[in-house]
Design a protein. Structure first.
Ligand code: AMP
Length: 192
C-alpha cells in the first residue's frame, strides 16, 4: 500500500493533482477540506464549528481533524494506496497520522511538497473564487490562509524531511509536466 501526502499552500494544485493520481493509480482520497465542507452542507455539529474557522482562514483544531480522519480511515483498508490531501497541516497532525497508520501496519510512503510562489497562489485562488462558490476564496480570507500556512503548516515539511520521505515538486508549469514529476515520485516510493 502506498500512502501519499500531497502537500502545499492553498492554491498549489493539490486538488487537481489528486484527481490525476486517482485516475492513474486508483487510490482512495481523503481531502479534509472536502470532508469539512460536506459536514457544513449537512449542517452537522462538526460542520457548524468548522465553518467559523474556515471563514476566518484559520485551522480547525487538531483534535477535531484527527478524530474525524481516524474515523474515516478504515474505509480505505483494502485500497492500493491513499492520498492525504490538505492533511497533515500541523506538526501534531503529522505525528498523529504516523501513529494512525502505524497502528494499521503501514506508514506514509511519500510526501509531495508542491512549490508555488505567493503571487501565483493568490492569482489562482482569486480565479477559482469566481466559480468555486467557496466562502474562503476571497482576497481577505486567502491572505489569512496563506499566513496560516506559513506559520502553522510549513513545520510539517521538517517532519517529512526527518522521515526521509519528502520530495520537492515544482508546482508552476503545465499540469501534465507537474503530474509527470508527481508520478515519478510515487513510482519511486516504497510500498508499505
Ligand atoms: P482546503 O480545502 O484544504 O483548502 O481546506 C479549507 C479549510 O478547511 C482550511 O482553510 C481550514 O480551515 C480547514 N481545514 C482543512 N484541512 C484541515 C486540517 N488538516 N487541519 C485544520 N484545518 C483544516
Amino acid at each position: 500500500m502506498k500512502n501519499v501526502v500531497i502537500f502545499g499552500a492553498p492554491g498549489s494544485g493539490k486538488g487537481t493533482q489528486s484527481e490525476n493520481i486517482i485516475k492513474k493509480y486508483g487510490y482512495a482520497h481523503f481531502s479534509t477540506g472536502d470532508i469539512l465542507r460536506k459536514q457544513i452542507a449537512d449542517q452537522t455539529e462538526l460542520g457548524k464549528i468548522a465553518k467559523t474557522f474556515i471563514d476566518e482562514g484559520k485551522l480547525v483544531t487538531d483534535e477535531l481533524i484527527i478524530n474525524m480522519l481516524d474515523a474515516e480511515l478504515d474505509s480505505a483498508k483494502d485500497a492500493k494506496g491513499v492520498i492525504f490531501d490538505g492533511f497533515p497541516r500541523t506538526y501534531a497532525q503529522a505525528e498523529a497520522l504516523k501513529k494512525m497508520l502505524n497502528k494499521r501496519g503501514t506508514d506514509v510512503a511519500v510526501m509531495l511538497n508542491i512549490h508555488v510562489d505567493e503571487a501565483e497562489l493568490i492569482k489562482r485562488l482569486l480565479e477559482r473564487g469566481k466559480t468555486s462558490g467557496r466562502s474562503d476564496d476571497n482576497l481577505e480570507t486567502i491572505t489569512k490562509r496563506i499566513k496560516t500556512y506559513n506559520e502553522q503548516t510549513t513545520p510539517v515539511i521538517d517532519f517529512y524531511k526527518k522521515e526521509g520521505t519528502c520530495v520537492d515538486i515544482q508546482g508552476v508549469g503545465s499540469i501534465d509536466d507537474i503530474f509527470a514529476s508527481i508520478s515519478k515520485a510515487i513510482d519511486a516510493a516504497k510500498d508499505l
